[in-house]
Design a protein around this ligand. Sequence first.
Ligand SMILES: [Zn+2]
Length: 320
Amino acid sequence: MPFVALLPWIEGALVGLLAPRLARRVHPGTATWCLTLVAVGVAAATAIGVAAVAVALARPALWDVPVDPDKLAALLLVGLPLLACAAAAVPVAWSAVRDLVAAKTTWRRAEPVNGVLIVDDPDPEAYAVPGRPGLVVMHTGLLDALSPVEQQVVLAHERAHLDRRHYVHVLLVRVATWLNPLLRPLTASIAEQVERWADEDAARAVDDRTVAARAIAKAALARSAARRSAAHSGALRRRTPVLRATSGDATARATALMAPPLPVGRPLLVLVTVVALALPLHSSWGAHAVEQAYDKACEQISRTVHPGAPSEAVGHRKLP
Ligand SMILES: [Zn+2]
């Protein structure tokens, strides 16, 4: 088996190892896009690579079908990756849809004002429910713990999740992780980056990074205190597809806000976009190499079995 067949897995391991570290060096918006693009690129390359190997191994079976084996192989090389992507997306999509339906069912009779629903609940919580339109849910338990300007920070944070469609980035990375498990470190990284991106938007909304950092820290502290006192973590809330104001490492998020904004890193985004597009193309070349290696192996085997046999007896024809 050619070395190129292993490349998607090597790329997955390298991306899983390096991407989360590199993501922390640029603006979280850039980091989020880079992580999503590279995850999708590696996942597509993996699907194509796996399909290439599957088709190569299945070629003897293809010889008996009444169609051109090359055409069928090409069809499978396209179809199998698509099927793999669909299969990987099903459990992730099912989980997201189930959680979304649970949230929508809960709030179907609610009447949000400007997309914000205030819920009389002592649990200090705020979260975004994706949809058309999306919904921001804020509990009175959290509002009571914050000053008015800090409440604006939390509201801006949750609206940023909806406006930037952070849930799409998170879902795409989760699907990519299903296709190539070596990308798993990216799931935590993308969750961290979307939180920090929403924090940056919230800080810009109130034009004060210190206030934003304080609001994030106070929200996390309130949530932590509520957890300690237990009793408030209902099953529904755990299942809601939330991107909470209290998610992630609040200390790291507040520390990031106390520092100056990171550089946008546009050249990195351009580079990652090119690499992400090149990965599936590169994998297609790898698929061709797999096919060539397989034909060569067939030819060698045939010559070994039939030393004087003409070269036409090899390749796609069935071996005796
Ligand atoms: Zn959040």
